[in-house]
Ligand binder design. Structure first.
Ligand SMILES: Nc1ncnc2c1ncn2[C@@H]1O[C@H](COP(=O)(O)OP(=O)(O)OP(=O)(O)O)[C@@H](O)[C@H]1O
Length: 239
């Protein structure tokens, strides 16, 4: 079998003395897609931050294409092909849209033309400063900027949070396009459970920093009992 793109092996990690993740294990294949679900505070963002190298590992391993990267610093992981879109978006306020995009760009299929094709709004706003953008435009810019690094894996932390439904639809369309192209792997943390499960191939539900359930996304989407128990939402079953 082909080597997974990313492997977490019994990862225990947290912040200083606070241990948040307790033995988290999963694999993601090249071009795979995984929804990371669970109630507030169960460790979803911490899992993404651990993959990026921003937390303190207490045990276990993070492997990238088989190589142990547990001690590799975040900037090196970025150059290896891991792109992270933080919940806070972290747009540079005093740089233009175009400057925000080119500042971390690396050669590859994703260039200005490609990201503007995916997000035409950003093209219209290319000379605007980061602080002149709406929340939705900032989120598009954050995703586009991560794509400009031409990652093999994109970590998306609640990209639809707090955005108007019309913008959420645009973001969903963009994520679907990304996944359909099957040139990139995605881990998606999303409160909108139905959206996440519709987009991704696989799903993982965390509870108190541990994996409570793993399933194909289409199977979990119909498993309302598990969703109600572990995600806490009353989710309508997909027919
Ligand atoms: N920088 C930090 N320092 C210390 N503790 C933190 C830090 N960030 C998060 N935590 C703690 O880690 C735990 C897991 O938080 P995390 O943000 O990973 O959860 P989450 O599942 O992403 O939830 P949410 O949907 O609320 O973001 C929480 O108890 C939180 O208080």
């Amino acid at each position: 079998m082909a080597e997974p793109l990313l492997t977490l092996e019994k990862v225990t990690a947290g912040y200083g003395d606070a241990v948040v993740l307790h033995g988290v294990s999963f694999e993601l294949p090249e071009h795979g897609s995984l929804a990371l679900l669970g109630r507030n505070g169960v460790g979803k963002s911490t899992t993404l931050m651990t993959i990026m190298g921003y937390t303190q590992m207490r045990g276990g391993r993070v492997r990238w294409r088989g190589k142990d990267i547990s001690r590799v610093p975040p900037h090196k992981r970025a150059t290896m092909g891991i792109g992270w879109v933080a919940q806070e978006r972290e747009i540079f306020p005093s740089l233009s849209v175009e400057e925000n995009l080119t500042v971390a760009a690396r050669p590859g299929a994703w260039d200005l033309e490609a990201v503007f094709k995916m997000f035409p709004r950003l093209n219209e706003r290319r000379r605007n400063m980061g602080n002149q953008l709406s929340g939705g435009e900032q989120q598009m810019l954050a995703i586009a900027r991560a794509l400009m690094t031409n990652p093999a894996l994109l970590l998306l932390d609640e990209p639809c949070e707090g955005l108007a439904p019309v913008i959420v639809d645009e973001l969903i369309a963009a994520m679907r396009m990304l996944l359909d192209q099957r040139k990139i792997a995605i881990i998606l943390v999303e409160q909108h459970t139905e959206i996440a499960l519709e987009l991704t191939a696989d799903a993982l539900v965390l509870e108190r920093g541990a994996v409570a359930h793993a399933a194909r996304a289409e199977v979990l989407a119909k498993d309302t009992a598990t969703l109600e128990r572990l995600v806490g939402l009353r989710v309508a079953a997909t027919p």
